[in-house]
Design a protein around this ligand. Structure first.
Ligand code: 8YV
Length: 312
């Protein structure tokens, strides 16, 4: 008998196929009556696979009293109630490391694009303005500028390496100071004040909610750029929007938003923002590796083997 797991949402197709092969999968997202569906499978379901904002809340855990493991597709587990999982002795796993390079590439692409305005320059060319009006206006260089990394974890380190290759200097702020050569700033506002680019890489969740607020953006100032590849919740989005409209900061590169996939339409009109639909890890290779790690954690658990990447 294959172990039974709940799927909270449709997953990356190859991952879903592998899950369907290895487990008896109950697709709760297809159920007409969610409560009845969960009740039907409550006595026999010991695993759960989830993805992104679908997460897993305490009510879902309560509906599945035999649940032993929640395996997340993604490194960020902010949509999973970790305290509720701990209380119920439910293991939570995620997919760290395999996405570091792609997310760091995205962070640099946003940095380059917001400072050099390449997307806007391309639109300019395609509109025929080059021949008609002359060259595109000058932009801002990266070399010699300082990137302040808010949250120097594994992804932050991968971004720092890349930014240094672009000739940038690195500083950082973390909850806990780390044993690294980069200068440390005691709080996000101090980091913003000392940086040309504030790079947001912290986890999401209550502890970092609106960590980047008006005070931090004031410290970043009218010459400063914000890049967020972490979670929309880390930035006070209405304040950011206003600061971009009023040019109180120079620009923003955003891969994440507060209420994805809904992006406030006022962002679309901004000419000083580069916007991406949360594609940080979105390559075939990385998503395949993330999916395999998600499945391998479930397989390890049900085989009684050590978990690969446990969160709680
Ligand atoms: C995923 C991410 O796209 O790993 C994460 O935490 O944000 C991305 O890699 C995300 O899981 C989908 O919401």
């Amino acid at each position: 008998m294959k172990p039974e797991i709940i799927l909270t949402t449709r997953l990356f197709a190859p991952t879903q196929e592998r899950l369907e092969r290895e487990f008896q999968c109950h697709r709760v997202y297809e159920a007409k009556d969610r409560a009845a569906f969960l009740k039907e499978h409550a006595a026999t379901t010991k695993g759960l696979a989830t993805f992104g904002p679908a997460g897993a809340d305490a009510a879902l855990m309560d509906a599945l009293p035999k649940l032993e493991i929640i395996s997340n597709f993604g490194v960020g587990v902010d949509a999973i109630d970790l305290e509720a999982a701990k209380k119920r002795n439910i293991i939570v796993t995620n997919t760290p490391d395999v996405l570091n390079d792609c997310v760091a590439d995205t962070a640099m692409a946003l940095t380059v694009n917001v400072m050099r305005r390449f997307p806007q320059a391309e639109v300019y060319l395609r509109a025929g303005h080059w021949a008609a009006k002359g060259g595109y206006p000058l932009t801002t260089s990266l070399g010699g500028k300082t990137m302040g990394i808010l949250g120097l974890g594994r992804i932050g380190e991968a971004i720092a390496k890349r930014a240094q290759a672009f000739g940038m200097k690195i500083r950082y702020h973390n909850r806990n100071r780390k044993d690294v050569a980069y200068p440390y700033d005691a709080d996000p506002a101090a980091l913003a004040k000392n940086s040309d680019v504030l790079m947001v890489v912290t986890p999401g969740g209550a502890a970092t909610d609106k960590l980047v607020n008006a005070r931090v953006l004031d410290a970043l100032g009218p010459q400063g750029y914000l890049v967020n590849i972490a979670r929309g919740s880390v930035v006070d989005e209405p304040v950011l929007l206003r600061y971009l409209q009023e040019k109180k900061i120079a620009g923003a590169g955003l891969d994440v938003f507060a209420d994805e996939p809904r992006v406030p339409p006022a962002f679309f009109a901004l000419e000083n923002a580069v916007l991406l639909p949360h594609v940080g890890s979105a390559t075939e290779e990385t998503r395949t590796a993330m999916g395999n790690l998600q499945v391998d954690n479930l397989l390890a658990h049900f085989a009684g083997k050590p978990l690969l990447t446990r969160v709680v």
